[in-house]
Design a protein around this ligand. Structure first.
Ligand SMILES: Nc1ncnc2c1ncn2[C@@H]1O[C@H](COP(=O)(O)OP(=O)(O)O)[C@@H](O)[C@H]1O
Ligand SMILES: [Mg+2]
Length: 369
């Protein structure tokens, strides 16, 4: 196992900058997820760690050793891809044994390591099969087995679950997490799926257009997103954003909307960073609205109600903004009904409208859990 450090890394293809200066520290044994929209540079960054792309500028080290000019096979990493990349003409056993044979491991040690990996992954009954005789989930497990047998210092995953159907994806997500809890191998996992990031990561790195927007523990990012991009990217349904203006009267802060109505400013606001009349974006997660019986809060008009069984998701409009709220209870609203949504000021957010950066205090999460 080994720590991975990415320092001031840049990458251009020709004259096009794709990674524009990234710093990420990954502790020994940690599971780090790189997440962001398609095209933001996740795979490129991972491939630079693997040694499959040259580093234009900056430094990457694995286990304290700078690897910029070290060949992929000398880096002691194993990579798992989205498309499995199994050898079709080899059995499951041979697929797993192949890299060890190339590395000239002894027959006994190959047998032992393949056996151990197949036990961990539940592949024992499938060792004589060929990839075409396996389901998608089984193939993905073999691809992981191939990585495990090598007992590398670092696992690199590039969207390994994207080709699986939704149910299998959820199951494999838990399996990979369990595997990591067991092996504790330093892992870097790329996905565009924020739920995978939230559920699997020790550390999440949110990327956008070749830069890191924020990194931290999953619930840190959820509770204290540094800007509207991270706030909108992490969480589903996404955080609601309402354009507003900040009012500061005798030191008391309130948030005024386009229709002239107001709500209390977030409790965790960094008052020193704000001014009267400042254009802001007010953010509320769907689960942080309560239904108000006495006409308090934000008056919205219902457009669609979605009962999921466990929850009721209500889509409604306020001042040209679409809002979504989620309730544990069942509600039978009709389209056109007026519903008053009361935000929980302990959990609301405020961002500067121009910079899109947070106006909240930097606290640790336990203060408002
Ligand atoms: N070999 C390449 N040559 C030129 N451009 C590339 C190459 N590989 C990736 N890119 C570009 O770099 C950007 C980031 O790609 P990628 O790292 O694959 O993003 P992600 O994995 O986040 O979807 C994209 O705009 C992509 O088109
Ligand atoms: Mg990619």
């Amino acid at each position: 196992m080994a720590a991975v450090e990415i320092r001031g890394v840049k990458k251009s293809f020709g004259t096009t900058p794709v990674i524009r200066g990234v710093d990420v520290a990954i502790a020994d044994g940690e599971f780090t997820v790189l997440v962001g929209p398609s095209g933001c540079g996740k795979s490129t960054l991972l491939r630079m760690v693997a040694g499959l792309e040259e580093i234009t500028e900056g430094e990457i080290s694995i286990g304290g050793r700078v690897v910029n000019s070290i060949q992929p096979k000398e880096r002691d990493i194993a990579m798992v891809f989205q498309n499995y990349a199994l050898y079709p003409h080899m059995t499951v056993y041979d697929n797993m044994a192949f890299s060890l044979m190339i590395a000239k491991a002894s027959g006994a040690s190959i047998k032992e390591r393949v056996q151990k990996a197949s036990d961990i992954l539940g592949l024992g009954q499938l060792l004589d099969r060929y990839p075409r005789q396996l389901s998608g989930g089984q193939r993905q497990r073999v691809a992981m087995g191939r990585a495990i047998v090598r007992a590398p210092q670092v696992f690199l995953f590039d969207e390994p679950l994207s080709n699986l159907d939704a149910k299998l994806r959820v199951q494999m997500r838990a399996e990979i997490k369990e595997l990591h809890q067991r092996l504790k191998t330093t892992s870097v996992y790329v996905t565009h799926d924020q739920i995978e990031a939230m559920t699997m990561a020790d550390q999440i790195v949110v990327m956008r257009e070749g830069l890191v927007e924020q990194r931290g523990r999953p619930l840190e990012l959820y509770d204290l997103p540094q800007n509207t991009f991270v706030a909108g990217f992490i969480g589903s349904p996404a955080m609601n954003f309402i354009p507003a203006v900040l009012h500061k009267v005798d030191g008391v802060l309130s948030v005024k909307f386009g229709d002239g109505s107001t709500v209390a400013a977030p409790k965790r606001i960094d008052a020193g960073a704000t001014r009267d009349g400042q254009p802001v974006i007010y953010g509320v997660r769907p689960e942080h609205f309560a239904l108000s019986a006495n006409g308090q809060g934000i008056p919205t008009r219902v457009s669609v109600v979605e009962p999921t069984g466990a929850n009721t998701e209500v889509y409604s409009r306020f001042c040209d903004t679409d809002l979504v709220s989620v309730f544990r209870e069942r509600h039978e609203f009709a389209p056109g009904d007026v519903v008053h949504l009361e935000p929980d000021a302990l959990h609301t957010h405020l961002f500067d409208a121009a910079s899109k950066q947070t106006l909240m205090r930097h606290e640790t999460q336990h203060e408002f859990s």
